[in-house]
Design a protein around this ligand. Sequence first.
Ligand SMILES: Cc1cc2nc3c(=O)[nH]c(=O)nc-3n(C[C@H](O)[C@H](O)[C@H](O)COP(=O)(O)OP(=O)(O)OC[C@H]3O[C@@H](n4cnc5c(N)ncnc54)[C@H](O)[C@@H]3O)c2cc1C
Length: 687
Amino acid sequence: MAGLRRGGDPFHKQSSVEMNHKFLNGNVPGGPLADKWTQYRSTLPLVAPGNKLKIEIIVVGTGLAGASAAATLGELGYRVKCYTFHDSARRAHSIAAQGGINAAKNYRNDGDSVFRLFYDTIKGGDYRSREANVYRLAEVSTSIIDQAVAQGVPFAREYGGLLDNRSFGGVQVSRTFYARGQTGQQLLLGAYQALSRQVALGNVELHTRHEMVDLVLKDGKARGIIARNLLTGELERHGAHAVVLATGGYGNVFYLSTNAMNCNVTAAWRAVAKGALMANPCFTQIHPTCIPQMGEYQSKLTLMSESLRNDGRVWVPACEGDALAIREGRKTALDIGEDDRDYFLERRYPAFGNLVPRDVASRAAKMVCDEGKGIVPTGLGVFLDFSSAIVRYGKSRASILGISQPTPALITELGEKVIAEKYGNLFEMYEKISGEDPYRFPMKIYPAVHYTMGGLWVDYNLMTNIPGLFSVGEANFSDHGANRLGASALMQGLADGYFVLPYTIGTYLSEDIRTPNMDTTDPVFAEAEASVKDRIDRLFAIRGNHSPESFHRSLGKIIWEYCGMSRSEKGLKHAREEVRALRNAFLSDLYLPGTPSELNPELEKALRVADFIDLGEMMIVDALDRKESCGGHFREEYQTSDGEALRRDEEYAYVAAWEFRGHDQDPVLHKEMLQFDSVELKTRSYK
Ligand SMILES: Cc1cc2nc3c(=O)[nH]c(=O)nc-3n(C[C@H](O)[C@H](O)[C@H](O)COP(=O)(O)OP(=O)(O)OC[C@H]3O[C@@H](n4cnc5c(N)ncnc54)[C@H](O)[C@@H]3O)c2cc1C
């Protein structure tokens, strides 16, 4: 069958010209784009129900991707073991997702379709993702909504009863389903309830407060994990026929990000250390609408959902003098008249206005701040203003109520009510954090690290290059190219977990039905456990003077400064030296209190920071390699005369998948060449 692979070597040589590289095969099935998934799914080898009962699968992670995968695999009859370092599966970062989830339902009858969602996602990702995966994602998006509704997820509804939609950046249709500003929470509760049912039925064994600290391979295949019981410090061996990593993104490599504080790269990085490839690690997403950083010792940034750009207008004062006066507290936004404002997104990108994609909006905000027009004391902030929307909604509500000549005060009152209905909890959250009333004064926002498009390299089956090791959700690199469109991470996590992995993992497992359960007394488990113990002991032996947190903060500053919103060859080379120096400092000056065999959050952090340092260096190497600008990767040397990203398709239309070779050697680049049969590669324009 075309493209079907069962755990073989994913490398293949493509042509004699390219012999210097090992090329990766995405194992995309043949046939027309629109039929690939259906045909493939209908002809995949299956595991018979009786055999499923004998097969064990480890799922690490209980966010939307992990919970949906574990629940579905349990429902199918596999014996699933599921792990999370949190005290409850529900604490996964997914719970924080605010704005919504995309699906090509076309409820608005505004021209949406599976193809349009596919096209928007490929274009939004700046043509750096695999066509077949993205099409499949768009195709199954509609099933996700049906599944969630059946679970009782309380999506917002219109007066007629149909599910409501709103718009997110980079598209011209309304296809985002939402539950106020708590979409992730509601979806995760749905997935958690499905998971809990399987736990109750005995199909899923749930291990909370367990952190995967190593991957176990036997004969080159993923056969288990070493987990640290975070409450006792004990190292445990867990075996299975296959391992699924649903461990989320690595945005916290920047230290300050909108991710939950505990998000980290350790599970994925332990797999990388065992030979898994890390794809496009430099593709990180900076979200334009976050509450600006206010102090040096801040440890967290807060997202203001993209949904707010449906109604909020982004601006700065047109002249530097006004911006300075605002920064110094001599003026407020209300003192700046309409003619003295620069609605820079509407000016630069009239076709999409405030709803341009995140990478474009973030860079535009940075540009005006670089010009000295920032509106917070650090100079790094712009306004997000709802006053026009309040008036517009107020007039419309007055008209519905039959009030022919409403006073300005009544218009404001009615308009604010509409805004509160749509975004009430986000406004409340903003006021609590900033101390300012966003109904009266525009919000102050600035871009911040939010999502990582890079991740473990996986083929069409969501299997990494290590046979039996799969990765789903934000932990893999698969669908978003160089920039993710808003509301598509929840879509991908749930597509992977509910609708893709449960089929594709069967392809691999159908060849494993005669393999008995893993024996965790096997030497491969003992060796993996001993190497973790050794790693931990060496960290304790350092006995230096600095906390893991302080190294993490230093790492974040380097990565943000040189591998953040804009990057240059000179800066990246300097950053690599700095990261290496930081690694030396970490290994000679780390201080860990307590002992390994107890609850020890400092040890947890240290292990994670060590992996972040290695990842940080790989991100820099990847950013150096990619001599073009695309999506979230903006190389200063490659831009158009008006400051837009300059892609170089001839040379860089590939996925860069890196093989880690230890600290003393450069990682090795493997390329998956991207082929586009259904879309024409164009300069991305939102003008
Ligand atoms: C503030 C915010 C708002 C967002 N809003 C939206 C939105 O509106 N729409 C949208 O589409 N996307 C949104 N996103 C992105 C989206 O929330 C994430 O991409 C998505 O939730 C990731 O889900 P996941 O299941 O892949 O990972 P996560 O939800 O991060 O779950 C990871 C799981 O892995 C576990 N884990 C990790 N490492 C280990 C280990 N070593 N051992 C054991 N367990 C481990 C964790 O405990 C957790 O259970 C938002 C992101 C942020 C930061």
